[in-house]
Write a protein that binds this ligand. Structure first.
Ligand code: SAH
Length: 421
């Protein structure tokens, strides 16, 4: 997840989890001995989502006392402004009679909880709209935490009438469902949300050498018992052939094909059924090289050490996401978090919250969390917002023939100046 999390909460004492940490390492060592080196993507997938010992499977360490802190965990304002973004798009798209809010990788459920509060406050506006919540989460532990936060724990596992693995009703009275894969979520008009989700998906790494591109692999270190190291593939791998563009100028490249597949699915769904997707993450526009890193207790962690006990992450390549939308939808951004939140009215919201409280500690907390989200040296600059929207949301279909035919389209909140791609 985030580099910015480093500047977050105080690191607590290292709590070693030797049994779990070494269990996954032992599993990997056996595998590597039997079948040879694996790709970084395979290593990252095992470390994060191995069904028994993966970092997220075991519960992940999100929050102040964990390994990393995310924007929704820092301030309620973050989720509230995102809730307003969806309402504003729902209005701009003519208030459809129903929508699904689909969150990918909801963590502890805090972001959806804040969004639900906004939906509740705007209940009269939404009264005729059939809203449902759909969470895509692989981690059983985290889905339990989400259920507790969002429904108070009143959920039904394995409902027979549904493709979901769990369902319930939110504390605000909205139906809520859990899935392991985006493909299980029913079709229909949907607003998608992915906050710090894409950076947790497995990446392939490639290095330019004198003999051409080689894939970086993970192998056993022959010098040190039970330790892992990076090696280069002796020849090209299928991934090298498929993922490196001929015009590539960098010497080191990271590619996340799983992110590409998910964006393709979102773009297809939005093209067919309508809606929008909002993606927020740290990342770049196809310019960065080696960004693979680990976090534990808010401190950098060697990615190859004690797999399963630390968060592993890589920057999101937004130019790749845009390319994988394949023109099925329009894309907006990436735009810096501080610009997006400013455009969404964060300053006004802060003022209201400050006025509503006379407590000095609350004031300090509000100002501190605002600084964490907005300061360019903290999360303001390195986090970006990116959106997929139906083409007709940004362009009148009859614009070419009758440019003055209709009133101008409402601008997309948050993105300020529109960049049509
Ligand atoms: N959005 C939250 C949490 C981010 S952590 C926040 O900002 O606080 C990443 C989340 O993605 C976790 O909930 C993790 O369990 C989930 N996740 C990771 N890989 C996944 C995958 N392949 N499919 C579905 N969820 C995944």
């Amino acid at each position: 997840l985030a580099a910015a999390r480093l500047s977050g909460a105080e690191g607590q004492e290292e709590t070693e989890m030797p049994s779990q940490g070494t269990a996954l390492l032992r599993h990997l060592l056996l595998k590597l001995r039997a079948t040879g080196p694996v790709t970084v993507a395979e290593y990252m997938r095992e470390a994060l989502t191995n069904p028994g010992q993966g970092y997220y499977t075991r519960g992940g360490g999100i929050g102040e006392s964990g390994d990393f802190i995310t924007s929704p965990e820092i301030s309620q304002i973050f989720g509230e402004l995102i809730g307003i973004w969806y309402i504003s798009e729902w209005i701009a798209m003519g208030k459809p009679k129903a929508f699904q809010l689909v969150e990918l990788g909801p963590g502890r459920g805090t972001l959806t909880d804040d969004i639900l509060r906004v939906f509740k406050q705007l209940a009269s506006l939404l009264s005729k709209c059939d809203v449902s919540i759909h969470l895509v989460e692989v981690s059983p532990k985290l889905s339990e935490l989400q259920a507790l936060m969002l429904t108070g724990g009143k959920v039904q596992p394995n409902p027979e009438d549904n493709s979901a693995y769990m369902k319930g009703v939110t504390k605000t009275g909205i139906p809520i469902f859990w899935y392991r894969d985006i493909q299980d979520v029913p079709a229909g008009y949907s607003f998608y949300l992915a906050h710090e989700f894409f950076d947790a998906l497995p990446i392939h790494k490639f290095q330019r050498t004198e003999k051409g591109w080689r894939e970086v692999l993970v192998d056993i270190d022959p010098e040190v018992p039970d330790q892992l190291r990076f090696v280069l593939s002796p020849s090209t791998t299928p991934a090298t052939e498929n993922f490196i563009q001929p015009e590539e100028t960098r010497d080191h490249v990271e590619v996340c094909p799983e992110a590409g597949v998910i964006i393709q699915r979102l773009a297809c769904r939005i093209e067919e059924d309508g809606g929008a997707a909002l993606v927020a993450d740290y990342g770049h526009n196809g310019t960065k090289t080696d960004t693979f890193r680990g976090f534990r207790n808010h401190k950098p962690h060697d990615v190859l050490r004690a797999p399963g006990t630390a968060d592993l992450t890589a920057d999101v390549d937004f130019s790749y996401l845009r390319q994988m939308a394949q023109g099925r939808t329009a894309t907006l951004g990436p735009i810096k978090q501080r610009d997006f939140l400013k455009n969404m009215g964060i300053d006004l919201r802060l003022q209201v919250l400050l006025q509503n409280s006379s407590d000095k500690a609350t004031h300090e907390q509000l100002l501190h969390s605002y600084d964490m989200l907005m300061n360019p040296k903290k999360m303001g600059d390195c986090f970006n917002f990116f959106a997929l929207l139906p083409h007709h949301r940004l362009l009148h279909p009859d614009k070419k023939h009758k440019p003055e035919a209709k009133s101008p389209l409402a601008p997309v909140a948050g993105f300020g100046e529109l960049i049509l791609k």
